[in-house]
Design a protein around this ligand. Sequence first.
Ligand code: COA
Length: 260
Amino acid sequence: MSYETILVTIEESVATITINRPKKLNALNRETIQELHEAISELEEDADVKVLIITGSGEKAFVAGADISEFADFSVKKGKKLAAKGQELLFDFVENLSKPVIAAVNGFALGGGLELAMACHLRVASDNAKMGLPEVSLGVIPGYGGTQRLPQLVGKGRAMEMIMTAGMISAEQAKNYGLINHVVTQEELLPLCHKIAEKICNNSSVAISHAIKAVNAGFMNTVNGYEQEIEAFGACFGTDDFAEGTSAFLEKRKADFPGS
Ligand code: COA
């Protein structure tokens, strides 16, 4: 398997996928999402692979979000499509994969980055990691499942605060919130993920795939929530606030929202 934006290695039944755009803090562009979909599909079919680990390249970021430069000029229709396609190709796909997926959060996990980590079945973070959903600071809302999965993991009140303030929380706070399972140093991050993967590999793969389905089924009542998120995400692309929020990010200045 050879890709432009990701690296894939397989070691003793465990596949590690590294999102590899360090200069852009591993932001998810269209190509990265497509390549992740293809790699994960292949690994799901590969009988030698039992567990997947997803991490980011470099020491700074897991994934700093969806690539803002790609969608800053999108219309309502294109915005809605962006969310729907991303959810289908990557976020829902990962959550419903028949094999366990561990997020090794090695730095910033913001916006689509945190949404990707939340779509994984469990999360381990390094102590430098920072997590948040900063979308409303850009005049948009999380569109890759964040409005649904964050409240599932941390509770509604904490999720509302994180989404409305657009702030970041530390790895330690994320652990207190139940957003991640373990915090370790950056050096210990992948070894710990491998240790967890090893324990998983000792168990029945068939039973684990049924367990994933059963656990996910308990959250199925949120299906309409994902649709609502896609509609609302798309609607943001028709606002002056979105035009101002994304321009301000790309021009490296503070946004001055007109409120319309
Ligand atoms: N989309 C596109 N490019 C991004 C990006 C994103 N989500 N996140 C970071 N980058 C790019 C920056 O534009 C910069 O590119 P440049 O060197 O060509 O100018 C590069 O990655 C490095 O980021 P920079 O902002 O210079 O690093 P920093 O250490 O000053 O700040 C962050 C780090 C994570 C706080 C900051 O990059 C950030 O706020 N990113 C956007 C997070 C976000 O809003 N995500 C949600 C998107 S919906």
